[in-house]
Structure formats: C-alpha cells, structure tokens
Design a binder for this molecule. Structure first.
Ligand code: AMP
Ligand code: MG
Length: 311
C-alpha cells in the first residue's frame, strides 16, 4: 500500500505519533532533508528502517529529540557541548556525546556504541511530532541506500512510499544537506561530518575545531572514524553447533544459549544482535554463531559479525 502524503494538521501529527508508537515507520520533514522516522527505543522498529532503506551495514543513527531536556536523558553533555546546544539547537547540528545511564535509545540504533548522536531539529513539523510522541526518534534520510536524500514529500513517496505508514508533508526542505556532526566528547570539538551548519560558527562558540576528515592520513568517511563495539569473547562464525566450551548464538529452531530468531526472521535477528552479543560477552569467553543467510538484513548482520570476529 502506498503511504498517504498528509498535510501536517494536528490530526495528521496525532496519526503519525500513533503509528510510531506502534513501531511503524513515518516520513517527517526536517530542515535538512526528509527523515525516515522510527521510535528509537524499539529495536524491531529500528531494524525495519534498515530493511526499508536496504542498507548493507548498521551505522549508528541520529536520535532526534524535542528539546535539550529530552536530549539530556539520552546523553551526558560537557559544559562545551551544552554551549553548542544552547547556540545552535534547534537546528542542523548533531552532537556526539557519551551515553547517559538514563538512556532509552536501543543498542541497534547506536550500532552498539557507548556514545550517542543527538540533534534537536528546528522544522516545525518535526518539532510538533517529537513533542507529541515525547520520546526520541531515529530518522536517517528517507531514501533507499545509495540514492540521494529527499527534500520533498513526493521524492519520499516515489522511493519509499510502499514501506511507510504515512508521509508528513512539510514542503521543500530548506537546507537540503544533512546536519553537521560534531564529536563533543573530547577537549576540542571534532568535525565528523560537514553539513549545513557552517563549521566557522562552531569555532565562534567552542574554538579549536579538529577536522579529521581533512587529514589525508585519517579515514575520509565519518563512519570509519567510529570505534565500534567489539566483544571481548572470541567469536566463531557459521557454526552449526557449539563446541564444549562455547556459548551458542542461534538462528532458527534448535537449542541455543540465546537465539537471534527461532523463526529465522532477519528483522528480529537484527533487532537482537547487539544486545544478545553483549549479554553473551558478559559471561562467556567463546561464542559460536549460527550461519546467517546473506540476503536482506542478513548482509548487515554478517558485516557486523565478521568485524566482531576479527580482533
Ligand atoms: P544519518 O544517516 O543522517 O542519520 O547520520 C548517521 C551518521 O551519524 C552515521 O553515519 C555516523 O557518521 C554519525 N553517528 C551517529 N552516531 C554516532 C556516534 N555515536 N558516534 C559517531 N558518529 C555517529
Ligand atoms: Mg542519507
């Protein structure tokens, strides 16, 4: 079914919030581009974003918050991070901060990291939806992986219309470029992704901006700068059964220490991946992992497992 494009009336906002609470996907306009929104605390809803985008890798997603108060439940902000938030929120600035103990954003949304990327969007429709739902939404650009980001509701309908509940029409996005991402955890701010907020403006609030992306010896893509969650346990992949000393992370029917999905549902498996790895890693030195088919979300799951096994 093709998602309807709705004018952002209070009724449409309520309908969108209801769909999101039920774990479904909604497209919402922001001042940067249209976002594919899901509730950030629900790993199944987050997994369905990856399915809808056809993304072959789990990269961490940005948690969109209604205001600083909501943001501070999710992340620990240093004094300098707070200065940036005060200066540029709501707006096209994403801050990477340490995860707060009161966080609600799920492991899959953060790709298992102990940090979190947060932004407070300025677009009135995004603001209205976030205030109504009262909890963070993840919202990567509402386009299939590899296609360009949508700046109009009609773009979203054309590319993703079958995969969403509804599209909130907020007109043409002003910026058309993604948010600027700053890592605000260190002594100096670090530019992880250039975006629609000019870095010179960051300088005027918190000087000393590091630009890792411009260092020829440093990795070019922000994704490569991420230090991903790595288990301490030794992982053995494509294991049909565990050895004596191993815990078994299963996929499908049969005995397992923990099972990614007894029914071999890849979306369910993706939603369980990071949390189950963590739980096994906390008590086992060796983990055998069942074979995961390499189609659909299986590709992203296998990408993550392969990297976790190589250390
Ligand atoms: P988007 O596709 O616009 O939602 O942006 C997601 C991007 O935000 C990722 O590809 C990362 O570059 C960045 N990001 C998200 N979370 C983190 C994090 N915890 N640490 C560093 N970068 C992050
Ligand atoms: Mg994108």
């Amino acid at each position: 079914m093709m998602a309807p494009i709705l004018n952002p009336t209070p009724e449409a906002i309520t309908r969108a919030a209801k769909a999101l609470r039920a774990g479904r996907l909604v497209a919402m306009p922001t001042e940067t581009v249209y976002g594919l929104a899901a509730r950030a605390d629900d790993p199944v809803a987050v997994a369905s974003i990856y399915t809808a985008k056809g993304r072959p890798k789990f990269n961490p997603l940005i948690a969109h918050c209604a205001n600083l108060e909501m943001a501070q439940r999710e992340g620990d902000f240093s004094a300098n991070a707070l200065k940036l938030a005060a200066a540029f929120w709501p707006g096209p600035l994403t801050l990477v901060v340490n995860l707060a103990s009161s966080h609600t954003v799920c492991d899959l949304a953060r790709a298992g990291l102990d940090s979190i990327a947060i932004r407070v969007p300025a677009h009135p429709v995004a603001q209205a939806l976030l205030s109504e739902i009262g909890q963070p939404l993840v919202a990567p650009s509402a386009n299939p992986s590899g296609k360009i980001s949508p700046t109009e509701a009609a773009h979203v309908a054309a590319d993703m219309g079958e995969k969403l509940d509804l599209i909130l029409d907020g007109g043409v996005c002003q910026a058309g470029v993604e948010s600027t991402i700053i890592d605000a955890r260190g002594k100096a701010p670090a530019l992880l992704r250039p975006g629609s907020l000019d870095p010179d403006q960051i300088e005027s609030v918190w000087p000393g901006l590091i630009r890792p992306a411009q260092n020829p010896d440093a990795p070019q893509s922000p994704g490569q700068l991420l230090r991903h969650y790595a288990p301490n346990a030794r992982l053995r992949l494509n294991a049909d059964a565990p050895h004596d000393s191993e815990a078994y992370l299963g996929f499908g029917p049969g005995p397992a220490t923990l099972n990614l999905s007894a029914t071999q549902d890849l979306t369910e498996a993706a939603s369980n991946l990071f949390s189950m790895l963590r739980r096994l890693d906390a008590v086992h030195d060796k983990i055998a992992v069942a074979p995961i088919p390499n189609h659909g979300l299986g590709e992203a799951i296998n990408d993550r497992l392969t990297r976790a096994a190589q250390q």
